[in-house]
Design a protein around this ligand. Sequence first.
Ligand SMILES: Nc1ncnc2c1ncn2[C@@H]1O[C@H](COP(=O)(O)OP(=O)(O)OP(=O)(O)O)[C@@H](O)[C@H]1O
Ligand SMILES: [Mg+2]
Length: 261
Amino acid sequence: MPDTLKISMQGIVKRFGGVVALDSVDFELRPGEVMALVGDNGAGKSTLVKTLAGAHTPDEGVMKLNGERVRFTSPQDAWNRGVATIFQELALAGKMTIADNIFLGREVTRKVAGIAFLDRRAMRRRSKELLKELDVVVPDIHTWVEHLSGGQRQGVAIARALNIDADVIVMDEPTAALAVAEVRKVLEFIKTLRRQGKSVVLISHNVQDVFEVSDRITVLRRGRRIGLLETDKTTPEEVVGYITGAAETKSRRAVAQETPA
Ligand SMILES: Nc1ncnc2c1ncn2[C@@H]1O[C@H](COP(=O)(O)OP(=O)(O)OP(=O)(O)O)[C@@H](O)[C@H]1O
Ligand SMILES: [Mg+2]
């Protein structure tokens, strides 16, 4: 018996007016795996993860979490069920400290004489622990997030997901705007998450990064899933072939040739 899938999406359709952004897409994520999600611009990657995250409601299709049917009504709802999505815009508050960001929306309070106060010390302590776990180096836990580098911000966003004990972490192009050293760091974060037994969805345009960290690769093209590949059984050339449609045309031609007239 295979393990229950962490996430399964079946026949997901999402339309925006006349545009069919997702055309009956299936997607799955196993416990403890890193699934890369690749495809050309406009292929439907962000739409798929926004649907997974509860930011979009699908027009059709079924979604399951740990084998049970779910429908998330908002990203917050998904977070509460352990599915944390780090959108490309990160949704961090620039003019707040690192610790305040990590605890945004779930502040720790302590009561003194029946009155609730924010327990800033506890939040700072836990934030430091989380950043240490991820090996994120920041100048000072009191630093405003707007003063951090792109890679450090990505680290804070991931620490926030860890803090709510998410076991599915979805990242939409976390390395797109980063310098080489920071990309390394984010790839290391992803490996750390997998070591901790988390499931990760990574959207990336960088095929080399995808090969470095992923277990499997889902390829979307024009709103359809056209490939689900085991990373160690494929090659960057083959993946690029799927992304551009060359592999699809080739396999269709192969099928056509096999079919008797
Ligand atoms: N809110 C929206 N309203 C209308 N159309 C949308 C909306 N969001 C996405 N689309 C359309 O759906 C299609 C898929 O877009 P999506 O953002 O999911 O692509 P993507 O694979 O993430 O691309 P990229 O690599 O450029 O980020 C595109 O044609 C896009 O224009
Ligand atoms: Mg996108």
